[in-house]
Design a protein around this ligand. Sequence first.
Ligand code: CP
Length: 299
Amino acid sequence: LRHLTTLEGLDRATLTRLLDRAEAIRRDGAPRDLLAGRTVLNLFFEHSTRTRTSFELAAKRLGADVVNFDVALSSTHKGESLLDTLHTLEAMRLDALVVRHREDGTPDLLARHARSAVAVVNAGDGRRAHPTQGLLDALTIRQHRPDLDRLTVTICGDIRHSRVARSDVHALATLGVGEIRLCAPPALQPQPAEFPRCRIFDDFDAALAGADVAIMLRIQKERIADALPDDGAYFLRYGLDARRLALARPGCLVMHPGPINRGIEIADEVADGPQSRILDQVANGVFVRMAVLAELLGR
Ligand code: CP
């Protein structure tokens, strides 16, 4: 791999190699000097808790130098363009640029216009892709249920605006998950042609019946221009509580990429319950990002 901007189009062998590498790091650790002398820059134009922090930790645990570019204090506010910002930062000799941006395709734009050997890693662009989230979700599922081809995975929430749903589907379909169901109110459903491998539901009870994994997503209020659904009414139809979880297979894994909106898409009793794997996802995020940086920076 030269860059990681999407999981779409990556083959099963590549995904499996990255997951195996992340699993090996989780089990055995990684050399603290693997990326010594390398520089990783986090360039986040949208807010983040998990992704930015875990990329920073991942890079530091491999010995890289890390810079967290502060967009709010940067000269982008004096009118400097994105590409001029890229070339300015490249002149300071970067090895990896981890970018989050509200516009679909920004990481690919940066990768195309880079003048150095910098590796571009997508930390989430618009509604398009969040590849390391897709990898860490696949790793979390595989740790508990390696029989991927026998699984039914239900993803519920604001699918239309979700880069996580897109990257999860790309990863899970390529890895051979048996059935992937997408559930959302009609206004938040995607175009079916975008997800040819998936069944689309608007009845959450039906989508959950017999599921082995339930991935809950928040409503991306920042990306919705029209009227937002009422929180209470949404929870009644699409919130995951203990009653609904009982419709899924016993032991169904409960996942959420975060940030959680408690009482809107998920109840406390489920988010903090024994089937919740939400904090496992967070922990795996560091291992996956270590694996990705090690792979891209080539040692
Ligand atoms: N899952 C995720 O991308 O979380 P953050 O927005 O906190 O990085």
